[in-house]
Design a protein around this ligand. Structure first.
Ligand code: AMP
Length: 676
């Protein structure tokens, strides 16, 4: 692995409301709006953070223009702030402007503070972290940029990155941005088939990977997975292979030894002048069909929104160490491990390991060792760690912590309170941040807020600047008033939102713009409390959220149905203590199939992990004679969910079922499965 020269490697309860202390409140009340947010200096008459929020929504163009001028470095200034029409799925920000994202993330900080640490790579092997300054990260990025250019990668080409969290992955992403290529990072836990699907859909001719990954002390054969994937990807012409471990791997004529070739490159690489709306990256995510969608994010709006939310939701200040635990393969890793912190000239931690390796104290040991100030993690990890007891936390000094963040799924009250009381010692606000791959950055979070404002456990609460959430009823009408629930939509565009689905704008329109014309539909349901705070209640579509990873039930069904013994299947999510949601598969076998159920279960798990990823494997498989269907043949998942939740009193109206007896059979089979 590319190490810097001579680097030493060691170098929904509402009962509890958290209020700032009265003294702090008085002190902060006096501070003026421009001191809190320098971007707001020209917003005459706007005072307080609530005033800023109102202004950001009612005068969205003035607001975002000021923020964009202040926070980004432009090669050419933009001439129009926005040109958006949500009903047509047309979203454009800062047109006429030119900039380079890598210059914004690196060069401008190299000018002012070249030796500031940009990245701390927290390697899988505890205590072997490596630090990279802004100067070093820029040099590495330039070498990769020149290497890609020398190998024919041009503006607009798509480079697929299949790597663990490591500095070369970051440099590869930034190198794409530097030369105007699009990156497509695929989570390194995805199988060869899932990777191949994404490479083909993105029409990538270049892939970057590592010989092997290391996670939780285990070796992952990433290069071998790429070898298998590219066999079915005729577009791929070259694969760059970096060395994460010392073990050699078989190289083919298509493969290029990355570090060796990088040494031949110059440390200066001319940045491309990119239009604001040129594509920065694709990121695939699951929807309610079997085909993952490649969401498209563009240059200026995405970067601005990632940087701005990073600064204000987490109260990030110069000199802070920001620790986002997400892998680079997810949007959280993109926005808050890389783009947001680097655009702000921050120091960011890249975490390669797992929360329990080598022991359940890993996170807090790291907080002490790296002096992390903002810690951003997932509820599934918090739930897992709280089971190991407080001693793993208390062993380490966490006095550096100032803010705790949560993302990816609802955080239950028990986990929230443990996070707040035990991890944060009741000193640090917990920000439960709601957002999605589609939104590019955080849209609802308790902070920023007025200084004396409360934080309610387990609630994302307040819209961020420029975000206007609305709830819709089943007839598509906006619900007014509080203490009410509905489909969560965002009523006006914001710079960070995805622009389209790669190669399928019609699907973008149908999924996000058509359900509630004129609004962006998030796919989530939400509750608005008496006080007007938002709480996310979960997905409204057939998407489940396993340990914060979004998976379409249709994707899993497609994989299960490929088993020759399977006639059909229905997959649902159910409540799981650690993972948030688990996967439950109901499977109908073909007639005359004579295989042991245990063998079949193993086979099905193998297929799902081969076609998608291990995290998508069913936790339970129930073999049934038939599935409950309507007369028109639609599977009644609602009924299956009730069976799994053991909520048999509210199965609802079964009269529309083609064969109501199917439900009784399933209930009986479910009892037998649980008693095994
Ligand atoms: P992804 O695009 O993979 O990040 O998944 C986004 C989905 O995760 C959202 O649509 C929500 O269903 C869920 N999600 C993310 N953050 C939160 C949160 N703070 N509270 C509740 N659900 C969340």
């Amino acid at each position: 692995m590319w190490l810097r020269c001579g680097c030493p490697s060691r170098s929904v309860a509402t009962s509890l409301r958290v209020l700032a202390s009265p003294l702090r409140v008085l002190g902060l009340r006096r501070c003026n709006t421009a001191a809190f947010m320098p971007e707001s200096a020209g917003f005459g008459g706007v005072s307080g953070r609530s005033g800023l929020q109102e202004f950001s929504v009612s005068s969205s163009e003035s607001f975002w223009a000021a923020v964009a001028r202040h926070r980004l470095s432009w090669i050419r200034p933009f001439t129009a702030v926005q040109d958006c029409d949500l009903s047509r799925g047309r979203i454009r920000w800062f047109e006429g402007g030119k900039l380079n994202v890598s210059v914004n993330c690196l060069d401008r900080h190299v000018h002012t503070c070249p030796d500031r640490v940009a990245l701390i790579w927290e390697r899988d092997e505890k205590g072997t972290e490596v630090r990279y300054t802004y100067r070093e990260l820029l040099e590495m990025t330039c070498r990769v940029g020149n290497l890609l250019r020398r190998h024919g990668v041009k503006k607009g080409d798509c480079v697929t990155i299949y790597m663990p969290a490591c500095p070369l992955a970051v440099a590869s992403m930034l190198a794409c941005a530097r030369i105007g290529a699009t990156h497509n990072v695929v989570f390194a836990g995805f199988s060869a088939e899932a990777l191949a699907d994404r490479i083909r859909d993105a029409q990538s001719s270049t892939v970057i990977t590592v010989n092997q990954g290391v996670r939780g002390g285990k070796i992952l054969e990433l290069k071998k997975t790429v070898d298998t994937a590219v066999q079915s990807c005729p577009t791929v012409q070259q694969v760059f292979v970096a060395m994460r471990t010392g073990n050699p791997v078989a190289m083919t004529a298509r493969d290029i030894a990355m570090e060796e070739e990088m040494l031949k490159e110059d440390v200066v690489c001319e940045p491309a002048a990119m239009n604001s709306e040129d594509t920065l990256f694709l990121l695939y995510t699951s929807g309610s069909t079997g085909k993952p969608k490649g969401l498209v994010h563009t240059q200026a709006g995405y970067l601005l929104y990632a940087a701005f939310t990073h600064r204000y939701v987490f109260n990030y200040h110069d000199g802070d160490v920001f620790g986002c635990m997400a892998d680079i393969g997810w949007i959280t890793g993109h926005s808050y491990a890389i783009y947001g912190p680097l655009a702000n000239g921050g120091t960011t931690v890249l975490f390669e390991s797992t929360p329990i390796y080598p022991d359940p104290g890993r996170y807090w040991d790291m907080v002490e060792r790296l002096q992390i100030n903002q810690f951003y993690g997932a509820p599934t990890a918090i739930r897992l760690l709280l089971r190991f007891g407080n001693e793993w936390v208390n062993k380490y000094d966490r006095s550096s912590l100032k803010t705790l963040g949560s993302v990816g799924e609802p955080i239950n009250t028990e986990a929230w309170e443990w996070y707040y009381r035990v991890v944060g010692e009741e000193r640090c606000p917990v920000v439960d941040t709601w957002w999605q791959t589609e939104t590019g950055g955080i849209c609802i979070a308790p902070k920023p807020s007025d200084p004396d404002a409360e934080i309610v456990p387990g609630m994302a609460m307040r819209p961020f600047f420029g975000i206007k959430p609305v709830l819709m009823d089943t007839e598509g009408k906006v619900i007014s008033g509080n203490d009410t629930s509905g489909a969560l939509c965002l009523a006006q565009p914001w710079p960070g939102m995805a622009r389209t689905i790669h190669n399928d704008h019609q699907r973008f329109i149908e999924t996000y713009c058509q359900p509630y014309p004129g609004y962006f539909f998030t796919g989530d349901g939400a509750y608005r409390s008496v006080e007007g705070y938002y709480q996310i209640t979960g997905r409204l579509d057939d998407v489940i959220n396993v340990s914060g990873h979004r998976i379409g039930t249709a994707e899993i069904e497609d994989a299960v149905n490929q088993c020759p013994a399977v006639a059909e299947s229905a997959v649902i999510g159910y409540s799981h203590d650690i993972k948030g949601q688990g996967v439950f598969a109901f499977v109908v076998l073909k007639k005359n199939v004579d295989v042991e159920e245990a063998d079949l279960s193993r086979q099905l798990n193998d297929i799902v992990s081969e076609k998608i990823a291990k995290h998508a494997c069913p936790d339970f498989i129930q073999f049934v004679q038939r599935l409950p269907k309507t007369r028109s043949g639609k599977i009644m998942r609602r009924v299956l969910r009730k069976v799994v939740e053991l909520d048999l009193d509210s199965l609802g109206d079964l009269s529309t079922l083609d064969d109501p007896a199917a439900v009784q059979e399933i209930i009986q089979g479910h009892r037998e499965l649980l008693s095994k």
